[in-house]
Write a protein that binds this ligand. Structure first.
Ligand SMILES: Cc1cc2nc3c(=O)[nH]c(=O)nc-3n(C[C@H](O)[C@H](O)[C@H](O)COP(=O)(O)OP(=O)(O)OC[C@H]3O[C@@H](n4cnc5c(N)ncnc54)[C@H](O)[C@@H]3O)c2cc1C
Length: 463
């Protein structure tokens, strides 16, 4: 329980109405899309970096855990206040401070919704490519904290590639300023690389300087349909080997398409084995040539049919199907495990085969989606947390999926991060030395372990 005097200090720091302690309010900040949930003891809603710094300083002195929260859309339990304490809700940090067209960058607050920002920059003919698929709910601060990315990561890279600088409140109450508007900056260690992806365990992002690029002149979308699952998987590698870099190269298997069609019919080919949703962009002159080249490769690899969107509405209809996936799965099964193992792209067929075999071995319904252009697979396991015996099989299947990805030279997570869900696998990928180095960094920045504790790193073994 938080001391009354501590709650009063929080109220003095951010204003009475910005500290919530009623149970009905706390419940709203106790969960995320995973099965995890835990009530905080207070929700604090600061409005300035000074207020954030003050709250962290108070919490640090009192040893109270602080869990930063953006949109709460992460899929790993990262924003669950699992050790109680304070949830620091960032929704008052909602200003786009500046879109600087001369320096191709923007200064924004951390609580801005990703899609709102993208729309505003696009109105000015500029482009912020990172497109995690929860972008209508996620915040830019949450995107930095998870180093999020989406379908466009294949061509344009990930959130970290677009971060020029930031302001962060540290657990001891100091304010850290990193980078600026320059595209080059090699002054000292690269703190951007260290802090982006730190999942709220080092401090709280408040203000971000993000790189923008010119909006591509033109784009086209196609749906490539296959009767053979493995042919679809092989086509991903074939496109890459043909030295074509589409904007997106998304994979959907039959199971995924059936679930989506059952939720909201979008015209997906449910009689097929798999489909690739491919988008290309660039200049008016280049895009048609890229399309022809991709079509050739797809047909050579055995595509049954290629549907090319002729209007923006048709393209939007194809993307709608992909974007509905999570909602559609949630309707079919009460519990959804969303994994995001990532393998070298040449291993995509092997990973698709492994996941299909594991679905049979453990008698599970697993749909496969993936941002396969960058080797990122989403095995989505549809289950019911009340069925303990099935959950046991789910856990065994997940263990094997991670093991297989690592054996293929891949990684546990390409975009969602570790949170609470993947902590037990950290040593599988990093080894004891890797985990130890990360732990030492965390201890140096947050010696009292108040920032989002029990996330990312496994607990230290007792002496
Ligand atoms: C339908 C759906 C589709 C998704 N698709 C993708 C996808 O394609 N790619 C992808 O990468 N992710 C995807 N996600 C996951 C999620 O959207 C991302 O992880 C996103 O970046 C989380 O942002 P958020 O604002 O919701 O952060 P939250 O979920 O609130 O928090 C995530 C982590 O960031 C920390 N955090 C939040 N704000 C701050 C801050 N200001 N300072 C420091 N730490 C902070 C939290 O403590 C937590 O550890 C999807 C989620 C959903 C629900």
């Amino acid at each position: 329980m938080l001391e009354k005097s501590f709650i009063n200090s929080l109220r003095e720091s951010v204003g009475r109405k910005n500290v919530l302690t009623k149970k009905e309010d706390l419940i709203c900040y106790s969960y995320d899309p995973t099965m995890n949930h835990h009530l905080p003891e207070a929700v604090v809603i600061p409005g300035t970096i000074e207020e954030v710094a003050l709250v962290l300083k108070l919490a640090n002195e009192a040893g109270v855990p602080v869990t930063p929260r953006g949109g709460g859309t992460n899929t790993t339990g990262a924003s669950i206040p699992i050790r109680g304490g304070i949830v620091l809700a960032m929704h008052r940090f909602d200003r786009i401070i500046e879109i600087d067209t001369a320096n191709l960058c923007a200064v924004v607050e951390a609580g801005v919704i990703t899609q709102d920002f993208q729309r505003q920059v696009e109105e000015l003919g500029l482009f912020y490519p990172p497109d995690p698929q929860g972008l209508d709910m996620s915040t830019l601060g949450g995107n930095l904290a998870t180093n999020a990315s989406g379908p466009r990561g294949f061509k344009y890279g990930i959130t970290r590639d677009y971060v020029l600088g930031f302001k962060m409140a540290l657990p001891d109450g100091r304010i850290l300023k990193v980078g600026g508007k320059t595209v080059k900056n090699v002054t000292g260690y690269d703190l951007t690389k260290l802090f982006v992806g730190s999942e709220g365990t080092f401090g709280v992002f408040t203000e971000l300087i993000l790189r923008l690029i010119p909006l591509p002149e033109s784009k086209r979308t196609m749906l490539v349909i296959f009767d053979d699952l493995m042919a679809a998987a092989r086509t991903v590698s074939a496109v890459i080997q043909a030295k074509i870099i589409p904007t997106t190269l998304e994979f959907m298997d039959k199971e995924a398409m059936r679930v989506i069609e059952g939720y909201d019919p979008c015209g997906l080919p449910i009689d097929s084995a798999a489909a690739l949703l491919i988008e290309v962009d660039g200049s008016e002159r280049d895009v048609p040539a890229q399309m022809v080249h991709i079509e050739e490769v797809c047909r050579r690899e055995g595509a049954r049919e290629i549907r090319i969107a002729t209007t923006e509405a048709e393209a939007a209809q194809l993307w709608k199907a992909r974007k509905l996936a999570f909602a559609a799965m949630a309707k079919v099964a009460p519990t959804l495990y969303v994994e995001d193992v990532t393998v070298p792209r040449s291993k995509i067929p092997d990973m698709v085969k492994t996941i299909s075999e594991l679905a049979l071995k453990y008698r599970l319904k697993i749909c496969i989606l993936g941002h396969t252009g960058d080797g990122n697979m989403h095995p989505l396991i549809l289950t019911d947390e009340r069925n303990e015996e099935e959950i046991q099989r789910v856990r065994l299947a997940i263990d094997e999926i991670f093991k297989a990805a690592l054996e293929m030279g891949g990684t546990l997570t390409g975009e969602h991060g570790i949170g609470m869900e993947k902590i037990k696998y950290m040593e599988w990928e990093l080894g004891a030395t890797g985990v130890d180095v990360m732990r030492k960094i965390k201890q140096a920045l947050d010696p009292n372990d108040i920032m989002n504790p029990s996330k990312v790193l496994p607990a230290e073994a007792a002496e």
